[in-house]
Design a protein around this ligand. Structure first.
Ligand code: OAD
Length: 247
């Protein structure tokens, strides 16, 4: 790990920025299913049935039920050492750090990450299908739940397939165009536009690191690959970066 950390530290320099993209793999060790691994959520459900605006129009109770189950499960799990390591990295770098997550769980938030962009939405929020107001929401969302402002129905605050992810107009492109080091952690790189971010960083001259259990279809893009569990790899890496920064 030491030589890898040194390469990252050298790429970062004294004032370089870090942008991190996380996917379902970082929450796997907390007990949340990934999507495309063996036994993952998309083996149990069809995307077209539960994660599109069309599915919600045709069968809203099936869609609400899918997210209600996931929201209830989220209350039973805890952040792991991978989430905590990224919060430590943010402490070390301050405003030189941005975390972009595809995950709709709140495990990064609970681990202490603050410079955090939930590009695919958040399970603990609901959105009015009419006026778009977003509110905190811990319980099941039912078809009878209505917006307090305009009385339209409430939907999960989740980006479905066919919808545009959040923060893609400015915050995420900016974080990719001016970072010295980019980490892609626990994501298969199968979903657009998250899977274009490493290429944006490369085009701008940044150093790209992948942390994953295995090679992905995008692995060739990365300058460095750290194969292993995020919950084991990240704490070691962040400790090395802390030591290098203080030495
Ligand atoms: P995937 O399920 O597609 O990929 C999970 C990745 O995590 C795989 O590459 C695994 O090898 C890796 N992995 C699993 N356990 C790991 C561990 N302990 N440490 C490190 N890596 C591990 O999940 P995502 O790439 O996040 O979108 O999926 C992207 C999007 O597709 C999701 O945000 C969701 C989904 O459909 C929406 O619902 C809009």
């Amino acid at each position: 790990m030491k030589s890898e950390a040194t390469r990252i530290y050298e790429a970062l320099g004294d004032s370089g920025k870090v942008t991190v993209l996380t996917g379902a793999g970082i929450s796997a060790e907390s007990g949340i299913s990934t999507f495309r691994d063996s036994g993952g959520l998309w083996e149990q459900y069809e995307i077209e049935d539960v994660a599109t605006p069309e599915a919600y129009a045709v069968n809203p109770s099936l869609v609400q039920g899918f997210y209600n189950t996931r929201r209830a499960h989220l209350g039973t799990v805890q952040p792991n050492d991978g989430h905590r390591a990224l919060a430590r990295l943010e402490e070390l770098l301050g405003d030189r750090f941005t975390l972009v997550t595809q995950n709709v769980d709140d495990l990064h938030d609970r681990a202490g990450s603050r410079r955090l962009l939930h590009m695919h939405g958040e399970l603990y929020k609901a959105r009015c299908a009419g006026c778009g107001v977003v509110v905190e929401w811990r319980d099941d969302i039912s078809l009878d739940d209505r917006c307090e402002s305009c009385s339209a129905s409430m939907r999960p605050h989740i980006v479905w397939f066919g919808e545009t992810p959040f923060y893609m107009e400015k915050e995420i492109p900016d974080a990719c165009s001016d970072c010295a080091v980019f980490f892609s952690i626990g994501t298969s790189g199968m979903v657009y536009p998250a899977n274009t971010l490493a290429l944006k960083v490369k085009a701008a001259g940044g150093f790209c690191v992948e942390v994953n259990l295995e090679k992905t279809t995008d692995s060739g893009i990365f300058d460095l690959q750290l194969e292993g569990k995020a919950g084991e790899t990240l704490p070691l890496l962040v400790t090395e970066l802390e030591n290098l920064t203080r030495s």
